[in-house]
Design a protein around this ligand. Structure first.
Ligand SMILES: Cc1cc2nc3c(=O)[nH]c(=O)nc-3n(C[C@H](O)[C@H](O)[C@H](O)COP(=O)(O)OP(=O)(O)OC[C@H]3O[C@@H](n4cnc5c(N)ncnc54)[C@H](O)[C@@H]3O)c2cc1C
Length: 392
């Protein structure tokens, strides 16, 4: 038995003993903790699962042990991922800190910044939010205007961010700011870390048509930031932001829960005319989605193996994000279609499974916008991956 076989067998046994059965189901009900100081409404099992993974150091299994991670090798990571998928385990936590900010800080942060911030993220104690977009800077992110001035012993920040997911319940903000107004727009940007409880920070939730609110407008008025909370050198923010966006696209594009068969199961459960045979058009759409799901699962596994072998593929995240978001949108659209008019029902007589399906369908509309829109990612695929000439 190789070391890797031994690791697999230990991981399988440990997961068998520690992952509660309710955490081995599709996460459509949103019952996954997000961490941080604000208490959340999640089940006892979800907290048990997070505690167990935290104790095992598998919340951030690949991070170095000194920063709160599990120190697993890429090969062990691959095995752990397979074992988690095998039992359809939910992620123990959904965290921007874990998926985006932490990997970026590992690459660009100072030793002090890593020791200060990473262990809290790996333990789910602190929640981060992302201050990139502004009212005048979305796809054209480099046009951002939030101003950062050097005041000797601190930075002074003034400006407005928008679409800041969960800013009102987050502890910290990683924020792109303009530090040089004369330089070309990409060369005058820096990244600073802002404590959300600082004077001058105000997060105003934006109410959505559903009545829920996941986004905020974030106003920054004369916010003082200590000098040691800039990531990377002054005016190097664009390089750091691009790297962070790669992590974001990778996180959106490669969810680890099992997808294959989900559409089929959901359609069978939710179909209105339960006894009638499924029509040919529906069967063809279902088959198409299942084929796409198998193809992307195989591609993701292949890329995972290549990365574990040290062969990185720059910009592949953009391709994966577009492909996987298309599939998720098609799947949730088909599931909603199978519910007939109940997918549009606003009364409370629909079943919890129907409600989950409807919520997922509506939520998934945003997948092709967040983390960079599909058009922007296709531009990256065309220019960077395929080396096609720029359109303008
Ligand atoms: C669910 C969700 C969560 C988000 N969370 C955050 C967050 O936490 N923090 C944050 O900072 N931002 C967040 N965003 C904002 C997101 O990053 C932006 O919405 C996105 O980058 C698009 O910017 P925009 O909305 O200004 O659209 P615009 O840039 O105005 O684009 C409008 C349309 O024009 C198209 N377009 C623009 N430029 C081009 C071009 N060059 N070529 C082809 N087509 C183009 C776009 O594809 C899009 O269809 C979130 C968005 C969503 C939907």
């Amino acid at each position: 038995m190789t070391d890797l076989d031994r690791f697999r067998s230990e991981a399988r046994n440990w997961l068998q003993d520690n992952c509660p059965p309710s955490m081995r189901t599709p996460p459509g009900d949103g019952n996954i903790p997000r961490g941080g100081r604000v208490p959340e409404e999640v089940s006892e099992d979800a907290l048990v699962w997070l505690d167990a993974m935290r104790e095992k150091r598998w919340v951030a299994p690949a991070w170095p042990v000194e920063y709160g991670g599990g120190g697993l090798s890429p090969a062990e990571m691959g095995v752990l991922r397979e074992e988690l998928v095998r039992i359809s385990a939910r992620a123990p936590i959904i965290s921007i800190g874990l998926m985006m900010f932490g990997p970026m800080l590992l690459e660009f942060g100072t030793e002090e910044q890593k020791l200060r911030f990473l262990p809290d993220i790996a333990a789910g104690r602190v929640r981060w939010c992302q201050g990139f977009s502004e009212p005048g800077a979305g796809s054209d992110l480099a046009s951002l205007q939030t101003r950062c001035e050097d005041k000797g012993d601190h930075w002074l920040i003034n400006g407005q961010k928008i679409w800041t997911t969960f800013a009102d319940v987050s502890d910290w903000l990683f924020c792109l700011v303009r530090t040089d107004r004369q330089a070309p727009k990409w060369e005058g940007i820096s990244m600073v870390l802002i404590d959300m409880r600082s004077d001058g920070v105000e997060a105003r939730p934006i109410e959505l048509i559903s009545g829920a609110s996941i986004f905020c407008e974030t106003f920054l008025t004369d916010v003082k930031v200590p000098k040691d909370l800039m990531v990377g050198p002054l005016n190097s923010g664009w390089t750091i932001a691009k790297r962070l966006l790669q992590h974001e696209r990778s996180a959106i594009g490669t969810g680890r829960q099992r997808n294959e068969g989900m559409a089929h199961d959901a359609v069978l459960t939710l179909r209105q005319e339960d006894d009638a045979p499924m029509d040919a058009g529906m069967r063809a759409r279902l088959a198409g989605i299942e084929i796409d799901e198998l193809a992307i699962a195989a591609t993701t596994a292949q890329l995972g193996a290549e990365i574990a072998a040290g062969n990185n593929r720059p910009f592949i995240e953009s391709l994966l994000k577009v492909a996987s978001c298309n599939i998720r949108q098609n799947r949730s659209e088909l599931i909603a279609h199978s519910m007939g008019s109940r997918a549009l029902s606003l009364d409370d007589t629909i079943l919890p499974a129907e409600n989950d399906a409807r919520t997922t369908w509506l939520r998934n509309r945003a997948l092709s916008i967040e983390g960079g829109s599909t058009e922007i990612n296709l531009n990256i695929v065309a220019e960077r991956l395929l080396q096609l000439p720029r359109s303008s």
